[in-house]
Design a protein. Structure first.
Length: 285
């Protein structure tokens, strides 16, 4: 005779159904954990024992999960070494994600946060050949502010956002750009000396951000950092800018907030490297 005692839980649910659902969810979670393990280690391949020990599950369970992932092309097995690696299916998932990334849409809320935190204008730039353009900005609620012109091209050596782009290109691209000398001066502070610019680009790569005091426009100052993709290439640049005299006192705090924003955006664009920290005093020309 069937037991008719009451069962607590969701309306209409049964213990068997709920138990089955819970087991299914746990299985999916373990499969995801196994798959993500391949993204969290520098090793190109992993063995069953390594995965089992890292995740705290049995080798038998790992075997079953890997077999299912192999069927769907997410994992591949090297028959000679009996070690596993990410498969073509995983690559297709990653490429599908990257194809849908819209840096301007992703950066929009971060610009708001950055402007509110610094009390200055936050901008986003993208690159077009040997130039870059502002594509978005958020201005602060204060009487004296900086505002940029969207869509106007600027050379990659003039100003903080431009230098943040140039510094993170490949060595070959940097040398190709510098070979286009003489470099154009936008103000009397624009760095047009090639050896001096090359030295500054190396510093920018080391600390992760660029600064400009009146190099693009007289009376303006900024700090800028790249948004990196999964290859470590700059897909955009975020900056904080303000009136020169006021901004001189704000550089270090703005740079700190900037790096945090750029790091979050880079992570969303697929970059897994570490973000640099603000170190030492910052001085301008």
């Amino acid at each position: 005779m069937r037991n008719s005692s009451a069962v607590t839980g969701e309306p209409g649910g049964t213990p068997a159904r709920e138990a089955g659902t819970g087991q299914a969810v746990a299985t999916v979670e373990r499969a995801v954990d196994v798959l993500m393990r391949f993204t969290e280690t520098p090793a190109m391949t992993l063995g069953v024992t390594e995965i089992a020990q890292a995740l705290g599950i049995s080798k038998a369970a790992v075997h079953r999960i890997l077999a299912s992932l192999r069927v769907r092309g997410l994992i591949e097995l090297d028959e000679s070494t009996r070690r596993y690696s990410l498969g073509v299916g995983a690559m297709r998932l990653g490429l599908a994600y990257l194809d849908r990334l819209d840096v301007r849409r992703i950066a929009a809320p971060e610009l708001v946060t950055l402007s509110e935190r610094t009390g200055e204008t936050a901008t986003l730039s993208t690159r077009t050949g040997w130039n870059r353009v502002y594509v978005d900005q958020v201005t602060p609620a204060r009487e004296v502010i900086m505002s940029v012109s969207l869509g106007v091209p600027y050379p990659l050596h003039a100003g903080g956002s431009s230098k943040a782009f140039l510094a993170f290109l490949s060595e070959g691209e940097i040398e190709s750009y510098l070979a286009r000398a003489p470099l154009e001066s936008l103000t009397d502070k624009t760095v047009v000396d090639v050896p001096g610019l090359r030295e500054e680009l190396a510093l920018i790569r080391t600390r992760g951000w660029a600064r400009s005091f009146a190099e693009r426009m007289a009376g303006a100052a900024s700090v800028a950092a790249p948004v990196l993709d999964h290859h470590g290439r700059p897909v955009a640049v975020v900056s904080v800018c303000g009136p020169l005299e006021r901004f001189r006192e704000e550089v270090e705090s703005c740079a700190e907030a900037l790096l945090e924003s750029a790091g979050r955006l880079s992570a969303q664009m697929g970059w897994t490297g570490s973000a640099p920290a603000v170190t030492g005093p910052v001085t301008g020309r």
